[in-house]
Design a protein around this ligand. Structure first.
Ligand SMILES: [Zn+2]
Ligand SMILES: [Zn+2]
Length: 437
């Protein structure tokens, strides 16, 4: 094995001078407890000793050259031409680890984080050298240049800033671009989970760019670029940006209510994602207070806690049960008895729904089955043409269509069961059940 390592090492060294990091990483997977440069120095030392033995035994230059050690002295006596003493593999990159570590530290200034990760984008020249050295050495134990660079710069940044490198979930990634000689930052988002209530009608959950001008501003949208002047998202956003120094926010809701529906009770779960935040250790109680003051009674948030990237999928997929209160109007007068028996039908059968006409342009046309857990009428108007109904159903049930029938696309429906045209005039979400975070 020793012979094997030295033969391989000497084959690489014949090509030109090489630094301890580069020769060491060719055998990175062989021993533990040593850094690559320590390993490289040991290999060079072993080769120098071998060289001395061989020199006392033979004067055959070809044989000696094959054992070429790294010392400049030995290379010169053998007449090997090195233009300078720069490593031919990394082009001297590993002499500048400290410089790169300083560049990373400078780039990180002004960002709050606990964990980081270093990445390296090698130049085309280095990629080519890397391919040559791997072909020459044929080693199965080698480690790529960028792995060594990431680790060595990472060690220095860890020591200087007293922060931890984290491969899986870094707050921030420093990307070393060797060709451009600069460090790019990838600042990971900060996620905040909470619950929102919506106390007024007519505001959508998220920003809604104008349909006519797609956000650039036109007469249709009164040059605002938006279909609606505000949204739940935009009422939460300004204070999040102020406290985190983020560039923007992205709003993720656990489903959404209609624009004209209230969201009451405990509220609806959401995650607000602060994009490229400068601050992460913010006081969430204070943030909650500030959002609620800014929203001025239109919406209110509660239960803010820190979340992570994977929680976004979790709340988006959550199909929580919901309790709705709805006001329904009928085209003809109906009796309490008739309403009771129609409601009875709805509570006893699963509801089959084809994607509603009103959302068909943006959703796949599917058939789905949803259950109603309970449905009851709270009150029927004295003239018999409107009623207030409460129902609890599985998430994903389209309530407006449950009432109207959507031209037979939803069955059974309240309208069809009554034999009278019916439609929802007001819709509020009273409660959302489910475990979120
Ligand atoms: Zn090197
Ligand atoms: Zn417009």
């Amino acid at each position: 094995m020793t012979n094997n390592v030295l033969t391989t090492a000497s084959r690489i060294l014949v090509e030109g001078p090489i630094c301890d990091h580069c020769i060491g990483r060719m055998f990175a997977k062989l021993s533990t407890g040593l850094s690559n440069d320590q390993r490289g120095a040991a290999i060079k030392l072993a080769l120098a000793l071998e060289y001395d033995i061989k020199r006392s035994e033979t004067s055959d230059d070809t044989q000696l050259k094959l054992l070429a050690p790294s010392s400049i002295y030995a290379r010169k006596t053998l007449g090997m031409k090195d233009d300078d003493n720069k490593c031919w593999v990394c082009n001297g990159l590993f002499q500048h680890i400290d410089t790169w570590a300083k560049r990373v530290i400078t780039a990180l200034e002004g960002y709050e984080f606990d964990t980081f990760l270093i990445g390296t984008r090698p130049s085309g020249l280095l990629i080519e050298n890397e391919e040559i050295v791997w072909a020459t050495s044929g080693t199965r134990w080698a480690e790529p240049l960028k792995t060594e660079m990431n680790r060595e710069v990472g060690k220095r940044v860890e020591a200087r800033l007293k922060k931890k490198a984290d491969l899986k979930n870094p707050h921030i990634v420093g990307l070393i671009d060797i060709a451009q000689e600069k460090v790019e930052l990838d600042v990971r988002s900060l996620y905040i989970f909470g619950w929102y209530k919506k106390m007024i009608r007519g505001i959508p959950q998220t920003r809604w760019p104008c349909r006519e001008c797609k956000g650039s501003g036109c007469e249709h949208c009164n040059f605002t670029g938006s279909m609606y002047p505000e949204s739940v998202d935009e009422l939460i956003r300004p204070e999040v940006i102020k406290m985190t120094g983020a560039k923007d926010t992205v709003f993720h809701g656990a489903g959404r209510e209609d624009i004209d529906a209230l969201m009451l009770g405990t509220g609806r779960p959401f995650i607000v994602e602060a994009v490229k935040p400068h601050k992460r250790r913010i006081d969430l109680t204070r943030l909650q207070h500030k959002i609620n003051r800014y929203a001025d009674g239109k919406i209110a948030v509660s239960g803010l806690t820190f979340a992570c990237h994977s929680d976004v999928e979790l709340i988006k997929q959550a199909k929580a049960d919901k309790v709705y209160s709805l006001r329904v109007s009928f085209k003809e007068q109906i009796s309490e008895e008739k309403l009771k028996s129609a409601i009875e039908i709805l509570s006893q059968t699963p509801i089959i729904q084809q994607t509603p006409t009103r959302v068909a342009h943006r959703r796949a046309d599917l058939k789905r089955i949803r259950n109603i857990h309970y449905i009851k009428f709270e009150q029927l108007s004295t003239d018999g043409i409107s009623a207030v109904i409460e129902l609890k159903c599985e998430g994903g049930l389209y309530v407006k269509e449950l009432v109207s029938g959507d031209d037979g696309r939803t069955t059974p429906s309240l309208g069809a069961s009554l034999g009278v045209e019916a439609k929802v005039t007001e819709l509020d979400v009273i409660e959302i059940d489910g475990i979120f975070i």
